[in-house]
Ligand binder design. Structure first.
Ligand code: GLN
Length: 534
């Protein structure tokens, strides 16, 4: 029978509850337990697929094609596990099932209510996601006191009663602000948020105090006195240099051992390998600068998986990564701005949709191609690299993707045939992990060292098979292909220091303990360029 740890949030969102939850998972995994992770998002969307990354952060894609909250990416990166769409529960998902059942008459004339029908459905979904694990960590999104999270708090309150206190425990992640003038750590907001939690019938077992600095003993004592926990159950969770340090910090505070004691688990600590990786990251002396040509550059959260993948690849190459955000519209306004790229060590063009900035991205990719700047294109980056190459090298002047110019004379990128009839937006793209066969002797093969890989997808358009011969005869190489149909998955340019793009999103499978091969190769090429230039 799985045991459950539930994390709730206090005072405000954006405290790093996802990182705290993943860190608890990592500690318990290091004790030898099989961990699963669940994120609860109290919004009415069925999944995150239709949400704007600018508002809500990146849409993360799972092996099974689930389009989910970005916290699932954090869980996978910390724990090196593959989750499924069942691990992201939303209000929409729970209510849809209940309402569909009601329409089918399955409630036999009963009045259908939040308690017990919705709460029962939530518990059922939690138990399904926990199947096969020793411990499942459930993070409840939002902040305690929000109207929309109430059914979820009620469901987990019931879960504790049903499973028993030795099988379910609560961790409340809250903010301890420091008043700059007096330098005092203030506990009042935490007292209030714990009060709200207790009104919902939940007494936290541990309180994790997120603070700029480590919590003072007197702060811990105050929280303990007011919130009905022991002083050592108030855990200091200060800002860290790297998110990957957090498991080490929490373990140092004794959190893992105390959880193990309460849940009657055996604590056999082994975060050694993790610690080595974190130290390697912190001690890296070199730094490379990577231009990231995105659309939502004002919000780093929109590209979190790419940024983390670069960091992971940085560890294996012993270097740190500095991101230079590039709004490619500036290249459209004045092509002289492309010179900015001379000062970076490499260019990443991430996934994206639509025409805003697309011409600037094509210009940037062509510039990187002609000036031997390492380039990594991801999904849209793959498509625009092919368009740019067709225009400049194959002489197909008005080549384009039909996404941006439906009437182009040279539709180098076209809609996937299976997408013709698609009308709804939610969960209808080509999604999830799919096989890709890699040709031996290529750059892709030298990085993956495998003939068949599985990477995750999220797109509606593809390279038009009618243009494969033209592009290849002009020097572009399609080194990875989908084995079942003629879908091009990886392109590269032999002779260039590093020019590679993938139709899939390798960033969704990069882990601290297992970095993604295209990123490792790209970062290595960036370092080479930097060392050559200095
Ligand atoms: N807009 C492109 C498509 O739908 C690329 C999508 C992406 O980059 N994820 O195919």
């Amino acid at each position: 029978m799985p045991k459950y740890i539930i994390t709730t949030g206090g005072v405000m969102s954006g405290l790093g509850k996802g990182i705290a939850s993943a860190s608890i998972g990592k500690i318990l995994q290091s004790y030898g337990y099989k961990i699963s992770m669940v994120k609860i998002d109290p919004y009415i969307n069925i999944d995150a697929g239709t949400m704007n990354p600018f508002e809500h952060g990146e849409v993360f894609v799972l092996d099974d094609g689930g389009e989910v909250d970005m916290d699932l990416g954090t869980y996978e990166r910390f724990l090196s596990i593959n989750l499924s769409r069942k691990n992201n529960i939303t209000t929409g998902k729970a209510y849809k099932i209940v309402i569909d059942k009601e329409r089918k008459g399955e409630y036999l004339g009963k009045t259908v209510q939040i308690i017990p029908h919705v709460t029962n459905e939530i518990k059922k979904q939690i138990r399904t996601a926990a199947k096969g694990s020793d411990i499942t960590i459930i993070e409840i999104g939002g902040t305690v006191g929000d109207i929309e999270s109430m059914p979820f708090l009620e469901a987990v309150r019931q879960l504790r009663r049903e499973e028993g206190p030795e099988n379910v425990l609560f961790v409340h992640v809250t903010l301890i602000p420091v008043m700059k003038v007096v330098g005092e750590q203030k506990t009042k907001p935490t007292q209030h948020s714990v009060q709200r939690l207790r009104e919902a019938g939940i007494q936290p077992d541990f309180i994790l105090g997120r603070c700029e600095v480590p919590l003072l003993e007197k702060t811990k004592k105050k929280i303990a006195d007011f919130c009905n926990v022991h002083q050592d159950e108030v855990i200091s969770d200060p800002d860290a240099e790297s998110i990957y340090e957090v498991p080490l910090i929490l373990e140092e505070e004794g959190l893992g051992k105390m959880i193990a004691k309460k849940l009657k688990l055996k604590a056999k600590q082994d975060l050694k390998k993790w610690k080595q990786l974190v130290e390697r990251m912190k001690n890296s002396k070199e730094t490379i600068t990577v231009a990231l040509a995105g659309k939502y550059t004002a919000l780093g959260d929109s590209y979190v998986s790419i940024m983390e993948s670069l960091k992971h690849a940085g560890i294996s190459n012993k270097c740190k990564i500095k991101i230079k955000w590039i709004e490619t519209e500036e290249f459209e306004e004045d092509p002289r701005n492309l010179k900015e790229l001379d000062d970076v060590d490499g260019l990443v063009v991430p996934g994206g949709f639509g025409s805003r900035g697309a011409e600037g991205k094509i210009a940037a990719i062509n510039y990187a191609r002609k000036n031997n700047i390492p380039f990594l294109g991801l999904c849209y980056g793959f498509q625009l690299a092919a368009v740019g190459f067709a225009r400049e090298v194959c002489g197909l002047k008005d080549a384009n993707t039909t996404e941006n110019d439906p009437k182009t004379k040279h539709p180098v990128i076209t809609i996937l045939p299976e997408q013709y009839a698609v009308k709804e937006m939610g969960a209808t793209m080509r999604l999830g992990a799919m096989p890709c066969d890699i040709e031996k002797g290529t750059l892709a093969y030298s990085l993956y060292k495998k003939e068949r890989i599985y990477e995750r997808h999220r797109h509606r358009y593809e390279l038009n098979p009618d243009y494969i011969d033209t592009l290849e005869s002009h020097g572009l190489k399609f080194s990875g292909k989908y084995p079942k149909k003629q879908i091009m998955e990886i392109l590269e340019l032999p002779g260039h220091p590093f020019f590679m793009a993938t139709q899939f999103h390798p960033e969704f499978k990069s882990r601290l303990e297992n970095p993604s091969p295209p990123f490792v190769g790209f970062v290595r090429a960036c370092l080479d360029r930097k060392n050559r230039n200095t």
